[in-house]
Design a protein around this ligand. Structure first.
Ligand SMILES: [Zn+2]
Length: 77
């Protein structure tokens, strides 16, 4: 295995998918290569974390849950 250079889908820059990361992905069973560079990934993660989504699934890294559910709790008690 060797380091791979991939192009970030978000910012269009080259980034390195290192040997270690490839191994990590393989261990996790991920078949897809990362599409975003570290910067974009961490930026996205930060945005996601600050988005007040209280429920974090530990194994949902490949599912982009981007929909916000407006709970229909308008009725007063
Ligand atoms: Zn990027």
């Amino acid at each position: 295995m060797a380091d791979k250079t991939l192009v970030c889908k978000d910012c269009g820059k080259d980034f390195v998918f290192t040997e270690g990361e490839q191994q990590f992905y393989a261990e996790k069973g991920f078949t897809n290569e990362p599409t975003r560079c570290k910067d974009c990934r961490s930026a996205k993660k930060e945005r996601f974390n600050s988005n007040d989504g209280g429920n974090r699934n530990s194994s949902g890294s490949s599912k982009p849950k981007h929909e916000s559910f407006n709970s229909p709790r308008i009725s007063k008690y």
